[in-house]
Design a protein around this ligand. Sequence first.
Ligand code: HGA
Length: 606
Amino acid sequence: MCGIVGAVAERPVNRILIEGLKRLEYRGYDSAGVALSEAGTLNTVKAVGKVANLEAAVAESGVSGHTGIAHTRWATHGGVTEVNAHPHISNNEIALVHNGIIENHESLRAVLKDDGYTFLSDTDTEVMVHLIHQLRQQHNSLLDSVKAAVKQLEGAYGTVVFDKANDNEIIVARSGSPLVIGLGLGENFIASDQLALLAVTRNFIFLEEGDVARITRDTVEIYDINGEPVEREVVESNISQDVSGKGEYRHYMLKEIYEQPMAVRNTLEGRLDGDRVSVDAFGDQANQIFKDVKHVQIIACGTSYHSGMVARYWLEQYAGVSCNVEIASEFRYRESFVHENSLLVTISQSGETADTLAALRLAKEQGYMASMTICNVPGSSLVRESDLAFMTKAGAEIGVASTKAFTTQLVGLLMLTASIAQEKGRDQSVIVNAIKTLPNKLEESLNMAEGIEALAEEFADKHHSLFLGRGSQYPIAMEGALKLKEISYIHAEAYAAGELKHGPLALIDADMPIIVVAPNNELLEKLKSNVEEVRARGGIIYVFADKDSNFASDDTMRVMNVNHVEDIIAPVVYTIPLQLLSYYVAVIKGTDVDQPRNLAKSVTVE
Ligand code: HGA
């Protein structure tokens, strides 16, 4: 979500800040702003819309500075306006950017107003900057003022502050929203994600919960949650810097759809040994944990939740362990039952998803035998805070609608299923042998693009749609529906096909396309009956079916053939045509495919 970049340097930092924001823009893009300090002058430039608008505004203003902070916003409190864009300023002295939500902003605002502070914005964030300004009058340093201020804050923040009177330092604080310090030579940086800083450094310090730090050009001082000085490890990043190019593709999403065979190959590389999984891919203790595990509790949000739902079918059928899957924002606010020898598995592309992280922290107090994450970002909070981690190797995913992160999560979950089966002495070779065919099978399914592009024309004027699947394809139908609504803004619902007659059949008419995911498995005949129920009521059906499933196109049915795949990997393969369908419908409708309205990547707020 909101992107933060800050720098304290000898050279002007304008370019570094703007370039950093561009790399984070996919995380929040309703407005952006920068505050720069030079020779005791504080300048702020803000713009509604994309970072390009801010870039133009900064160029036009001619402002520059050797210390600065910048932000792309995904609004939580207050509309999308220039005034509400960050940085927020107090008394033309202190500038601040913030990622998160201050839950007690109303009471703080009331007190600060009584004390004479004037609020310009509707944001929760503005209370922070005035509070720090007020405390600055009572403390010797900005560092101490920030330390005192955070004690009064409830909610979540990653925040960066500087005072124009002493602009050789920036103060940062983290609680609930990630921040990473980038170390340069005679210059230092801060960002909400290392991606923002890859052009200027490879050396990072990931701040931990409750940390406050003072950063100057040459020094970094970190204080832990108790205010005690601490040393944090410096990590050298090997993430590729090249995340910005779309190459020959019109959109990041299309590029990322086509990268899936390679992303799956990379995720598998070095992790299979004959027809066995190298359990080390999950971490040191994995063997013993997988031997002992009796139950798996999966926690995730959005697309990652759908991958967890697929895994439930796999784990119960092939590994013989029971499995529950729950949305993180539900799990974290209820009292749940912890089964004996239960492994907690979180799934998140970014590893910073606020609800999932909070659920992990809660679960760690509840007696799970171990925690594990399936994640795409090394060094992220979920990876650092879990006992085991399986890193997907999807590479940076820039399109807000997740594609390659999802399919590589499924690969991680297949590997988990095979690993647990293996450690329990079950036959895992059927899974491993099917996994090995996946990259080629995904390539074959990409060949469907042309036909799907033509089919997409029929969806462009539709307002509603229904996705159907059975068994492990039901979550794939849910993921297909999510993709379509995310990027084309067509209302899409998914149902387990057997549920149709319990309600949704009432919706069927010729204006409501029905998309059916139909691999050739033991549920095919049941699914065909459900399709006939729809046809009998005038519905138009679009079937993605195995070549041998014997569906025939006619006036009320369009059949898109998918090459035959082993049933266990069918959910991964059938994901591709649904992604392509959403993509082409969105292109025809002319929506912003990579940055759909109201959404953002890496959901770091509740
Ligand atoms: N609450 C702040 C920051 C929002 C945010 O962190 N989004 O990811 C605001 O609304 O400006």
